[in-house]
Design a protein around this ligand. Sequence first.
Ligand code: 9MR
Ligand code: 9MR
Length: 626
Amino acid sequence: MPVPTYPLRGPRRTVSWLAATALSAALLVTGPATTSAVGADASGPGRSATADTPVRANQLGYLPDGPKRATVVTASAAPLTWQLRNAAGAVVASGTTTVRGTDTASRDATHLADFSSYSGTGSGFTLVVDGRSSHPFAIGTGLYRALRSDAMSFFHQQRSGIAIEASLAGAGYGRPAGHLGVAPNKGDTSVPCQAGVCDYRRDVRGGWYDAGDHGKYVVNGGLSAWLMVNAYERAGRAGTAGALGDSTLRIPERGNGVPDVLDEARWELDFLMRMQVPADKPRAGMAFHKIHDAAWTALPTRPEQDGQQRELHRPSTAATLNLAATAAQCARVYAPYDAAFAARCLDSARRAWTAARANPGLIAPDSDGTGGGAYGDATVSDEFYWAAAELYATTGEAAYRDAVTTSPWHTSTNALTAFGFGWADTAALGRLTLATVPTGLTASDTARIRASVTAAADGHLATMAGQGYAVPLPASGYVWGSNGQVANNAVVLAVAYDLTGGQRYRAGAIETLDYLLGRNALDLSYVTGYGERSSQNQHHRFWAHQADPSLPRPPAGSLAGGPNAGLQDPVAQERLPGCAPAACYIDDIGSYSTNEVAVNWNAPLVWLAAFAAEPSTRGRTGPAGG
Ligand code: 9MR
Ligand code: 9MR
């Protein structure tokens, strides 16, 4: 295997996959022999929150045909007995742990408890080791259906430009429409550009608010819409699209004959197309990089109370290509439901592509971060590849094929990395489409693309196998939004399962959900409302209960950004000095660099919940790596 190197990109760390994997493996050494009991001081320095229990399980639960593993934090050098107890406290299975040693990312001394062979179902199970009990969890087939729906409702509730009805969102979650030009809002129905960028105004209503702020950013919104539409396209191949069909979600468009997931994504797609420079203006066809407040608003601020001037920021090549890719995917997937909308998407995608080719160097700077996130991205060759791949998959046209096959990303070993794709790293998205959507690429080229996806998935499994908590992220990968990177890597695992039927890939994707839902260094489910001990104070200007008790907490199904070793906010800096990377997280509303929500983190959660909610059609699943 060649040693890949990764171009330095924005905030992302760059370590070669091989080096990262070797590092994890080398540092996963068995701790010194001691007689410490489970739960003795094994949590290492800099721990932010006191964990409830050293027995770390998926607090939602496990699938009957999936892997069932937990991590036990203990310095014991000898294996320990684990017991699986049912709700009545009766022992229904038992075994011994495997000593795993010190986990690099968390600095925890760990054992593995594997109860995959247990085939019973129910709720209220606990795993007990040395007198310490895990949080309760269920074992059952339908476990992820509610999460699929709640993680989707997050998007509905992030919608700009429409009132959120409590009848759909739940009691306490209703609010007036934001940013429809009603005072004190100054936007988004007629928004000026920043000085010097343009001399006209645009109606850019709609879309999803990015995160805890009220900005709307094309690169992040596009990636999120793409993932949602991809989940639907993928379900169609798997024969499970019905679960994402019409009247499956709590959204206003329920019952309109169009799959609800596509209705939700269309809310964003319509906004993205509004961000395109009109035909009669300079840089026609380009997409404005973003629209947000001129200055940061305070926390809390409900959307309809935002009095800041809204502004369009200079078009960028990255945003334009993101629009091209997402709109091209739209044209393909929406065609059976709304031919006119699909045609509008394709027209927008083509114009964006042409404009990006004419303006290949309009780079969004990292410095443009007043009042909204910068989303700077200096490398756009990967966005060119992704857009070309989507346009080719949709149209089959030679010009787009040539743009695919001549792109350095078509053969690069860096398209899929150990750290995962993201808003700035999009080559992997092109690969996923070319691997799964039939195109006119040669059979051998398609086979090569598919092999690159499964090779990446094998890399993720190797990363997981080298860790105490089986996370598909190297120890050096805990950056801002690490939970999103983890979830994105699990999407790659799931696609590898679809491509090959290899059970280890399905197990890896599902075992990743274990990490997000409580099998981790903090003994915490990062998803609000899922698990006995879950995040509930994520950074958000409306779901700001911690700052104002009259406001709600984030709704169920909201994923926190997750551990970020960079400590890039004042709360993290004050409360987490010296933290182990996987423990650099605090459930505090002020910690936006570890505890914000964002559309690009909830989108892969939707994707994975939909995957995990489907019945396994290919037989029984063993543990990851098995
Ligand atoms: O609330 C903002 C959050 O959405 C961003 O991710 C973060 C970084 O860009 O910034 C937050 O806003 C803070 C600003 O950067 C500094 N002043 C305090 C703001 C939080 O209210
Ligand atoms: O997810 C973004 C992360 O990759 C960046 O490192 C970080 C700082 O630039 O910004 C994150 O995105 C935030 C954006 O800037 C503003 N809205 C909230 C986003 C999530 O925290």
